[in-house]
Design a protein around this ligand. Structure first.
Ligand code: XMP
Length: 326
């Protein structure tokens, strides 16, 4: 019979057999898949695992703390955080084309991750150890039809591991290869992974970088982060987290419209809400959120977020609209 306990026992044995006494590295994104994979490998080989979390500066509010504080507290993994926000922002300066943004973010991500991996390898080497393995949170659906994955730490979605530089050849450890998403969540809960991570909705690897329509700047990221935090708070308070597939919050940074706020006219930016329901992100329908909830979100964003004077709702299904705006 399928139980999370059985899966954990089975995978722990398999990971120990595969890894032996060698060291293991894992890229964490803050999403479900990489977190549960890391927790499972940590359960199996403990201190032999080092996790790397790349902060590209395109994260949502609280995500870094969720990994650095909550995930580490819950699992005890050894974690290296790389603060690369400046590097990503300079690489993105002046760029507005969506695919170019994705390419730049993917490229920089791999470079930063490789540098961190080299550091882990060097550190281990100094102790006479070898880093031979790389953990990937590949799920069964990813194996069947490649694609999907859940964020920046799914290195394969950006980059084939076989294509890493010669001094960074790792053998893969993929303990979730036989599992579906709901099973991964059960395993994560059983391993004590924080619920906020276990139930996290999909979030794209390029992060808020593809939710600012126009050039990505620090100021714009701060505006979008504030609006996004309000939307997530209110969806959670309304108990809708598990009903909605995801709700991208998008800043139309190059659009301005006239508003009236306080004692004067404003000329601010619109925020778009894109709540969708879906089974697999291949198709999606726009979520019929309660009007009162939409009203609360709109009031809060326009009152609390500087430079935003309008909130609009995306009522397009997929197809023809994609879930993300870029
Ligand atoms: P679209 O916008 O294509 O999104 O309908 C489908 C699903 O994929 C996510 N998404 C991405 N995930 N890197 C990722 O890791 C990306 O570049 C990317 N683009 C879209 C999106 O959030 C949705 O869940």
């Amino acid at each position: 019979t399928w139980t999370a306990e059985n899966v954990i026992a089975d995978q722990v044995a398999r990971i120990r057999e595969q890894v032996g006494a060698d060291r293991v590295i894992c890229g964490l994104s803050g999403g479900v898949d990489s977190s549960v994979a890391a927790a499972l490998v940590h359960r199996a080989v403990g201190e032999q695992l080092t996790c790397v979390f790349v902060d590209h500066g395109l994260l949502r509010s609280g995500e870094k703390e969720q990994v650095e504080r909550d995930f580490v507290a819950a699992t005890g993994v050894d974690l290296i955080t790389v603060d690369a926000a400046e590097r990503f922002l300079s690489a993105l300066a002046g760029v507005t084309d969506p695919e170019t943004k994705r390419k730049i973010i993917g490229r920089e991500f791999i470079r930063v991750f490789e540098d961190a991996a080299r550091e882990v390898v060097a550190r281990a080497g100094a102790h006479g150890e070898v880093v031979k393995f790389l953990v990937q949170g590949t799920l069964y659906p990813d194996v069947v039809e490649s694609g999907g994955g859940d964020g920046a730490a799914n290195i394969k979605s950006h980059h084939n591991v076989g294509g890493l530089p010669d001094d960074l050849q790792f053998e893969l450890v993929e303990p979730l290869r036989e599992l579906f998403k709901d099973e991964v969540r059960q395993v994560g809960l059983q391993l004590g992974v924080p619920e906020a991570i276990v139930w996290r909705q999909p979030f794209p690897g390029p992060g808020l970088g593809i939710r600012i329509i126009g050039e990505v700047t620090k100021e714009r990221l701060d505006v979008l982060r504030a609006a996004d935090a309000i939307v997530r708070q209110e969806l959670t308070a309304a108990g809708l987290d598990r009903e909605i597939w995801q709700c991208p919050v998008v800043l139309l940074a190059d659009v301005r419209s006239v508003g009236v706020q306080g004692d004067g006219r404003t000329y601010g930016h619109p925020i778009v809400l894109r709540p969708v329901s879906s089974e697999d992100a291949m198709t999606a329908d726009w979520s019929r959120l309660p009007y009162d909830l939409l009203a609360t979100i709109s009031n809060r964003i326009t009152n609390e977020v500087a430079d935003v004077n309008r909130v609009v709702l995306d009522v397009t299904s997929k197809p023809p609209g994609t879930i993300e705006w870029e």
